[in-house]
Design a binder for this molecule. Structure first.
Ligand SMILES: Cc1cc2nc3c(=O)[nH]c(=O)nc-3n(C[C@H](O)[C@H](O)[C@H](O)COP(=O)(O)OP(=O)(O)OC[C@H]3O[C@@H](n4cnc5c(N)ncnc54)[C@H](O)[C@@H]3O)c2cc1C
Length: 379
């Protein structure tokens, strides 16, 4: 009898899992023993790290977007539809138009920045965390002739290093435009240091001081007055701005909440090693959708996808799933418009920074292109 693997979400994680499964089990797929169904709610596959470059007029949306159908192995059944309910008791996914039974399910529905999490933020704030937001922010960055650029950050959010990349790139951007002396850059962070990872925080503070970037910790945005252009910290302090850029708290996909599968933020309780949804033996969770204490990042999704694919193949073949995810993540960090560094870490090893260099910046830019090979399951 044909076994069916259903994957919900065609972003980094879902696409990688689907392609790797199809390539590894090509015989079973062609013999009709295995069917791979990928359900995703948009025909476009967007490479989100590109948004950062768009905001600084270093790239355009066309570079970072492809049709999902051209990325997938031809024998994957692509369904462009909204998953409405994931019924893990009934082993089925109900979409707007159809219902799909499964033998194995992979949930890869990602996370989204909730600009409505703070009153006034959606009206007053810019973000580079969405395609439209990045394009609008580019215009605002180019039109900004001086004043205070305030960056606020809430957690959890994907790509934990992107806010730092943004502020360092903004520093270079306004230096290149010759108006850095007219621009006050102010970085804020919600906890008692400037980044959740200690090694990054101590490096970043030195960089802030060297570059004349102001910073404030324990900054938790409570509300924004779009008329007066004031951001209010929870401690009651008022922070005037001329340009507000925000990375708001992220949430899991609506379908996770509607299906009763997530925590209060919509993230799915997941076993940190097996990547199975807690209490479900045939359901895996990959990428931003998990509640794991790892960075919500494309690289995390990539490493997790490898484990999930190996374990599903084992289980389809009747062998116990023995592969374990070790929490590995890798992030390039742009330290300006022309240099970058990188970090790698896992559950046990904290990150260590390499000295920034122009070569690492070129590696980061190269990965923007190489990504499409990774999505296709080639790398
Ligand atoms: C500005 C920015 C910079 C970044 N930089 C980096 C970086 O340098 N390095 C790095 O590793 N990561 C980076 N990231 C993070 C990275 O893009 C995400 O962590 C990654 O995309 C997560 O993959 P995912 O598959 O879990 O989620 P996504 O890629 O978001 O995919 C989720 C998919 O599920 C679909 N979906 C959701 N709900 C439903 C539903 N009900 N039915 C059907 N489909 C649904 C969505 O439409 C989407 O296609 C960055 C992100 C941003 C925004």
């Amino acid at each position: 009898m044909t076994k069916r693997i259903v994957i919900v979400g065609g972003g980094v994680a879902g696409t990688m899992v689907a392609n790797r499964l199809a390539k590894s089990m090509v015989k079973e797929v062609y013999d009709g023993e295995l069917e791979i169904v990928l359900i995703t709610n948009t025909a476009q596959h967007i490479y989100q790290p590109g948004f950062l470059f768009i905001a600084f007029n270093e790239g355009f949306m066309d570079q970072f977007k492809k049709e999902e159908k051209y990325l997938l192995h031809p024998r994957i059944n692509l369904v462009i539809d909204e998953a409405k309910i994931i019924d893990v008791k009934g082993y089925k996914v109900i979409t707007e138009r159809q219902s799909f039974d499964y033998d194995f399910l992979v949930i890869a529905t990602g996370s989204y920045p909730d600009m409505n999490s703070v009153p006034g933020l959606a009206e007053a704030g810019h973000t580079f965390y969405t395609p439209d937001g990045a394009v609008k922010l580019r215009e605002a960055m180019l039109n900004f002739k001086g004043g205070t650029l305030l960056l606020t950050i809430d957690v959890p959010h994907k790509c934990p290093v992107a806010p730092l990349e943004f502020i360092f790139m903004a520093d270079d951007f306004y230096r290149e435009l010759g108006i850095r002396d007219k621009v006050k850059l102010k970085y804020t962070y919600p906890i008692g240091r400037v980044h959740s990872m200690e090694a990054i925080a101590s490096w970043a503070v030195q960089e802030f001081d060297r570059r004349g970037i102001e910073y404030e910790v324990f900054f938790n945005l409570e509300k924004v007055d779009p008329e007066k252009k004031i951001a209010y910290n929870m401690d009651g302090s008022e922070h005037p701005f001329d340009l507000l850029v925000s990375i708001p708290a992220h949430r899991g996909a609506q379908v996770i909440k509607d299906s009763g599968l997530g925590d209060e933020d919509g993230f799915i309780p997941t076993d940190r090693y097996t990547l199975k949804m807690e209490g479900q033996d045939n359901v895996y969770v990959v990428g931003d959708a998990t509640n794991l204490p790892v960075s919500k990042a494309g690289s995390t999704a990539h490493y997790e996808a490898d484990i999930v694919v190996k374990n599903i193949i084992s289980e389809v073949k009747g062998i116990p799933a023995s592969h374990r995810y070790d929490g590995k993540a890798f992030c390039f960090i742009e330290t300006g418009l022309k240099e970058a560094t990188y970090i790698t870490f896992n559950y046990e090893q904290p990150p260590r920074l390499s000295p920034p260099s122009e070569m690492l910046h070129w590696f980061k830019l190269s990965y923007n292109e190489i990504y499409w090979l990774a999505a296709r399951g080639i790398l």
